[in-house]
Design a protein around this ligand. Structure first.
Ligand code: HAM
Length: 424
């Protein structure tokens, strides 16, 4: 016997109960994005592979080992399922010349794909809300984006999320730091683990991210990027911090926060919680002033972040914020040939009046249909037999409130009667 097919490992079905929570959550997100004047953009899920190598960096974990890349068998093109949204968003902005009349605030929501080892909070298909402000030099926009996150946590009633920030300075500052860092690690190469040795020449900054306890002391004492920042970079960082202080948002400066994507400069930040185990970063981003030019555009500064929807929803659920199940207002049951035809008219008529209606389909006894009506969660049942249908009437039965009686109602007064029961 053949086995039932399963979803790809690390790619989840989101079943109705949970999908309803997602929709409720996405509605809140859309209001939140509108409140900060971010406009939606929708990019393809598949992009040319070289886009990601150029934008994210050839020596990053994402590009080296996590991308779902394939050759289009029809034309030989190298394609990749997007591992993140910033690269595609900037590509779209340049392709359509969206910055021709000034800076833009853009946002997107959708699935991303990374071939990581799946575990709680880490999936191979996951979802992000991305927020990108293009053409802004900051530090005002950097700070506003962080404030924006804090507002969302407040709206969702989330506590226990802390902010970590750092400044990565500019390319020249980083390359001086990188040279010293390389020399520092080379002098101590016998203390490096395999991963660090592999990264030494491709991406020594990532060694600072190592969680290996045996390397902590050495990593702690390594040259710190902040000591290499010039006056302008320091002023930008101070500007962000001053605005955060004004807004009363506490933050920890984490000199080891380097991010896993190469396009960042100056401000980088992460929002982290301890409540989700090892995958506690719910939101991350920063400034990427070089990316637009790197992808072939006129140089323009930019700043953005993305939040992981699965992680945020898990936290929301954990803190008691899950949305209630969305049930129909009315369940229509019917018995008899004439009633069956009339039930369609009644259901459509109620939908015309704005009610959510579940029409019983598939026949069965009245009793069996009433059981379904009850299980649907609907507040009311509309019951139709041939006698009611002949009189252009229905029986209206409240299902959740025992103090209210079943009664006959004429079809043309039904919407009003339902409105009174539901809203009075
Ligand atoms: P990122 O740090 O790679 O940044 O991802 C942002 C967030 O997506 C993470 O903090 C996490 O919540 C979520 N996330 C990442 N990977 C996974 C996964 N495998 N499973 C579940 N959730 C995950 C970016 O992607 C940048 N594009 C953010 C950005 C936008 N920077 C500037 N603009």
């Amino acid at each position: 016997m053949s086995q039932t097919l399963q979803a790809v490992r690390g790619m989840n079905d989101i079943l109705p109960e949970e999908a309803e929570q997602w929709e409720e959550f996405e509605d809140m997100l859309r209001d939140w994005l509108r409140a900060y004047a971010y406009r939606p953009i929708r990019m393809p899920l598949v992009e040319p592979t070289p886009l990601f190598a150029r934008a994210i960096g050839a020596a990053t974990d994402i590009v080296e080992k996590e991308m779902y890349s394939f050759i289009d068998s029809l034309n030989g093109e190298e394609l990749t399922l997007r591992p993140e949204g910033t690269a595609g968003c900037v590509r779209a902005v340049l392709q359509h010349n969206l910055l021709y009349d000034g800076p833009k605030r853009l946002c997107y929501l959708g699935p991303m794909f990374r071939h990581e080892r799946p575990q709680k909070g880490r999936y191979r298909q996951f979802h992000q809300v991305g927020v990108e402000a293009l053409g802004f030099a900051g530090p005002d926009i950097d700070a506003e984006q962080i404030l924006m996150c804090q507002r969302l946590w407040d709206d969702l009633g989330l506590t226990d999320i802390r902010l970590e920030i750092n400044s990565l300075g500019q390319v020249e500052e980083r390359s001086r730091h990188r040279a010293d860092l390389l020399a520092y690690f080379e002098e101590r190469s016998e203390l490096l683990d395999g991963d660090a040795k592999r990264r030494l020449h491709s991406n020594p900054l990532r060694i600072l991210d190592s969680k290996n306890p045996a390397m902590q002391e050495m990593v702690e004492a390594a040259p710190k990027l902040i000591e290499y920042l010039g006056e302008e970079s320091l002023a930008h960082f101070a500007g962000v911090q001053a605005l955060l202080k004004d807004a009363g948002i506490p933050c920890r400066i984490n000199p080891r926060l380097v991010r896993g994507l190469d396009y960042y400069n100056l401000t980088v930040f992460e929002w982290v919680t301890d409540r989700l185990g090892s995958q506690g970063t719910v939101c991350a981003g920063g400034r990427y002033d070089g990316l637009i030019a790197q992808l072939g555009g006129k140089p323009q500064p930019a700043c953005g972040f993305a939040l992981g929807i699965e992680r945020l929803l898990a936290l929301w659920r954990e803190q008691g914020g899950a949305a209630p199940r969305i049930a129909p207002d009315v369940y229509v049951v019917h018995q008899g040939e004439q009633a069956y035809r009339f039930a369609f008219r009644v259901a459509e008529g109620l939908r015309d009046s704005g009610f959510a209606v579940q029409l019983h389909c598939g026949g069965g006894s009245f009793k069996a249909q009433m059981k379904r009506a009850d299980a649907s969660g609907a507040a009311l049942a509309v019951i139709i037999g041939d006698i009611e249908a002949a009189a252009n009437e229905v029986s209206l039965k409240p299902l959740r409130d025992e103090s209210k009686q079943q009664r006959r109602v004429a079809f043309d007064q039904l919407a009003e009667a339902i409105g009174e029961l539901l809203f009075d």
